[in-house]
Design a binder for this molecule. Structure first.
Ligand code: UD1
Length: 416
């Protein structure tokens, strides 16, 4: 296991290239299962979850070769089983359910179970697929799904689930007839998946709104597809500029997709502008506190909650953070407090009182975005911060210490 050792206090300045989006790439790569021709993807980030996805695709009968951000996946004779060893390391593996049912009429996918940020059930995925004619049993910890042929259906999600909408989009693309998804997720990553499926021949309308209509087609072919840039990685670098009092130019930064985050950072005193070369972020210090409530897109993303909280720790005045999406997503709080932050949690709400400085400390990363928040706090802290268990970070950030060091940070990776 590796740890990061961060010497804080250096304002970051320079240019950062935003990588391809992990959360867009995962469902799009799983979408290869739907195709009967090879497909090539570009701008694929080199991350642990992406490598896990390639292993999973290989096991399911879709060989692939990944190099320099590019991969060609060649769908072959499919096998229906996603084993526990892979699913337990990456919950998004459940996204193979829809494609496997659509292609094979059968899927055996290990039940994902809980994770550090909450229970995260998949009941909405299963009940929606049942409406399309699938039947599910739980057998030896595996979800066993079967269907003769998926049929189009009218589905209303109780909650705009991102993964559920993605699973259903893929299932419906090859189903018989029309599927209507109501209260669908509007996240940019869902839109990227829809665009990919359309490039392969799917008939989809309304992606990016809460009602998506899909006309099933008999087959989908290959294409070459460029994955969208990662709005959460970009948002994390915007906070890095703010928290260190630096100035960063983010190339390939999705601006519209980050609007809720950018508006909030601007209200805290950051200067963020879209320029022809990229998004320029500076800190118009001193920062002011702000209130956020995490919401489905276009609201403030839960995946940026931990990072903006690190910034709030050093802003003037009080900030209130309400986490509305996940029930247990404040695990960074105790670690931030070990660095001198003043935060009180009550249920789903955290109250942050800004302090004038954080001090370096050994801290433990508990999940992906919590890890990012600790790295950000370490960049601003006086002294040395050791962030342990950074395998979480490697699931979602491509070469984070290299990217940060290139703009002035002092970070070393060491084996624990
Ligand atoms: C995706 C993202 C994750 C992000 C989240 C919310 C990927 C790989 N992951 O996760 O980074 O934080 O969206 O923006 O893209 N729920 C149920 N039943 C279900 C499905 C979801 O109760 O069947 C609940 C979950 O427990 C959670 C909430 O709905 O509390 C949001 O889940 P969902 O939108 O499905 O998130 P994911 O797709 O898991």
């Amino acid at each position: 296991m590796d740890k990061l050792i961060i010497e804080g206090g250096v304002p970051l300045t320079g240019v950062v290239h935003v990588s391809g989006s992990k959360n867009a790439a995962l469902p799009i790569l799983m979408g290869s299962i739907l195709l009967d021709e090879p497909v090539t993807y570009t701008n694929v980030p080199d991350l642990r979850d992406i490598r896990t996805t390639f292993k999973l695709l290989e096991l399911l009968g879709c060989p692939n070769a990944f190099e320099n951000g590019q991969v060609t996946v060649t769908p072959g004779a499919l096998s229906p089983e996603a084993p526990y060893e892979l699913v337990k390391t990456m919950r998004a593996s459940v996204l193979v359910l829809g494609p496997l049912l659509a292609r094979l009429g059968e899927a055996r996918v290990a039940m994902p179970g809980g994770c550090a940020i909450g229970a995260r059930p998949v009941d909405l995925h299963l009940s929606a697929l049942e409406k399309m004619g699938a039947r599910f049993d739980l057998e030896d910890g595996y979800i066993l799904g079967r269907c003769r042929k998926l049929n189009g259906a009218h589905i209303h999600f109780d909650f705009p689930t991102v993964g559920g909408t993605e699973n259903l989009l893929m299932a419906a693309a090859l189903a018989d007839g029309e599927t209507i998804l109501e209260n669908a997720a509007r996240e940019p990553e869902v839109v990227d998946l829809a665009r990919f499926l359309i490039a392969c021949g799917a008939r989809i309308e309304g992606h990016g709104t809460s009602v998506i209509r899909i006309q099933g087609v008999p087959r989908l072919g290959g294409c070459t597809y460029r994955i969208m840039p990662d709005r959460i990685e970009a948002g994390t670098f915007l906070v890095a500029a703010g928290i260190t009092g630096g100035e960063l130019l983010l190339r390939h930064c999705p601006f519209t997709e980050l609007e809720a985050v950018i508006l909030k950072l601007q209200s805290m005193g950051m200067d963020i502008t879209a320029t022809p070369d990229g998004v320029l972020a500076k800190c118009g210090c001193p920062l002011r506190g702000a209130d956020i409530s995490t919401q489905p897109y276009p609201g403030f993303p839960t995946d940026m909650q931990a990072q903006i909280m690190a910034l709030m720790c050093l802003a003037d005045g009080a900030s209130v953070v309400e986490e509305s999406i996940f029930e247990n997503r404040f695990m960074h709080v105790l670690e931030l407090m070990r660095m001198g932050a003043q935060i009180k949690v009550s249920g789903h709400t955290a109250m942050v009182r800004g302090v004038s400085r954080l001090t370096g400390a050994p801290v433990m990363a508990s999940d992906l975005r919590a890890s990012a928040s600790l790295v950000l706090a370490g960049l601003a802290a006086r002294g040395v911060t050791e962030v342990r268990r950074i395998y979480h970070l490697d699931r979602g950030y491509e070469r984070i210490e290299n990217k940060l060091n290139a703009v002035g940070a002092r970070i070393r990776r060491e084996a624990e």
